[in-house]
Design a protein. Sequence first.
Length: 202
Amino acid sequence: MKVITTVVGSLQTNCYLLIDEETKSAALIDPGDEAEKLLELVKSEGVTLKYILLTHGHRDHTLAVPALKKALPDVPVYIGEADAHSTGIYHYPMADLVPDLKYYGEGDTLPLGSLTIKVLATPGHTLGGVTLLVCLLTNHYQQSRVMAILQVKLEELARQVDKHNSVIERTYRLEESVALHEEKIKVANHRIDDLERGGETA
């Protein structure tokens, strides 16, 4: 297995070319921009591109997809379905721009020569976000063990994220409460000043 990382676009996003060296099959992951540069990379490596894979739908990970699909119409493009129709300043609506767009999700697998790409649903950054796990192991028991360990780690990470978000929410509420009390103190001080000025006038 070989992975080539190349930086693309104004946001300097990482794009990955995953290569099975035995068969010279490849997958391009998160082509965020500069389609011509990525096509040249595929050509220079002498590989056959089998997939264009998207971990989520944000523009800095998907911008080059329409041009790549036009240049390579037979190469399927995969994305988590929840991100395919997303709109907004950060999203690129793949379903409207890419013909024959394909969806993947939790538990799906894609063969790449001697490699297997396993899809893990990891929503959070976006609703349709996925993590791609590349398996080199051929022994079923070893694969199952690795997946079980990974599942535990992902659950632990999810708990940490929930805890982090809870802390942020409590901090935000505390800041709101402090701001409210500060405003009440300002109002009380103004009233005291008014009373003092009234007393001086009398």
